[in-house]
Design a protein around this ligand. Sequence first.
Ligand code: DPN
Ligand code: ZN
Length: 505
Amino acid sequence: MRPSLVLAFASQVVAAGIQLPLVLPSASSPAVSSVGKPIVTSDALQADIDAKNLLERANHLYELAKLSNPDYSHPTRVIGSKGHVATIDYIYSTIASLGDYYTITNQTFNAVVGNVFEFRLELGGGGNVPKSASAMSLTPPTKNKGPVFGPLVLVDNDGCDQTDYASNVVGSIAFIRRGTCTFGQKSALAGKAGAVAAVIYNNGQGSLSGTLGEPSPDHVATFGLSREDSEPYIEELRAGKTVAAKAYIDSIVENIKTVNIVAQTNGGDAENCVMLGAHSDSVAEGPGINDDGSGSLTLLEVATQLTKYSVNNCVRFGWWAGEEEGLLGSDYYVAMLSTEENGKIRLFMDYDMLASPNYANQVYDATNEANPTGSQELRDLYIDFYQSNDQNYTLIPFDGRSDYDAFIKHGIPGGGIAAGAEGVKTKEEAEMFGGKAGEWFDPCYHQLCDTVDNLNLAAWELNSKLVAHSVATFARSFDGFPERCTVESESHGVASYWHGPKLVM
Ligand code: DPN
Ligand code: ZN
């Protein structure tokens, strides 16, 4: 491992330490297990995709999620749960059962998980409890997991510099405007300045919930609050009045180990790989059968069907853990790649949520202008697929909300599709795709009801055929697809509001 990678890793992700080296095709693997098989074609691999097989896998996955019931009182596949361990086992054993077609690698890493059990914020002498108050994910508890008291103190500017925290922040509850830097940075600066808790208020519409991200010993218990709920107190503070406040958070932040699984074909040019990924974990609140059981199972099914064929280029599948905690697994995987290994990945395709019940055919609007060259060619492949299947599609922001983020930030062309999460379907979209305008694409997003009943099988089958098409296309040839540029010349380190499913800024 090169020192520069260690540094890059340490500053980027929550997790640290690796138990198993990243092993790419082992020397002992048979060189080609696909000898004598026909070369894969898009039509053939697409024809192998059947909703019946996908549904069978989804039913099995739900049974695995139920293994968490004794600990969580409901089905979940959140990292650290029995349901997630069983998911990892299922993926591993399915690929292992395919014999020597793939080389499988387990990549274990440390992850931080948090749980907020209870919280309460009271503002003003009358003990007003603002409705929009939420505890940030990965927040530490208040002192001794009990209530703390202090005057609310308005922090200067956006609270991104230590000098924004005047001496009267000591012993106070720091009141900080959203913007410019991450929630985690604000919380740490407030803690360093001696605040007993922090409240970050929105500068835009609506409530504010997000994550502090990588834990720091300087973090203090931190809440998010809407602008509407904040305004009366900001006015009082600006008028020189004192606002008493009480904060309480009972939470834990703990370290666990979890696992990425990577399977690579033993056949095909190992210097030129097409890579695709999905996340194996769910949120704690539910079983995550659409998010991202659908993507994970599609990859498993495509990997299974692919074994009927030979490939010209290597195909590498990744199942990431800890996506819901902030893209931990994919961040870790990419950070651990040497420059040489990075250069072997010609492109990365992200498949997260393929079966949303009130679906839209969403293609990430990954342009070459803003992303590594080749991202746009991939985007256009998806557009062509939907068009040639007489399907409408929409372009959605490529903004760091899923596991493609680390790849594009490290120079690897990326893209993907999704069927939609908590976005609201417009009237135009209802005309394009059917379904209900005014409702979420996935009304069970991050909830207990993300079960097998939450899947749109027709959308899932079509999107799985799209996945098959993308795999077959690049497994056959990279002709016309841009060559990889060096990691350095193609790094895209622009800060974004999202890093995974939670706001960080
Ligand atoms: N699949 C969502 C999650 O893991 O929480 C993230 C996501 C949301 C991805 C919206 C795409 C669009
Ligand atoms: Zn997801």
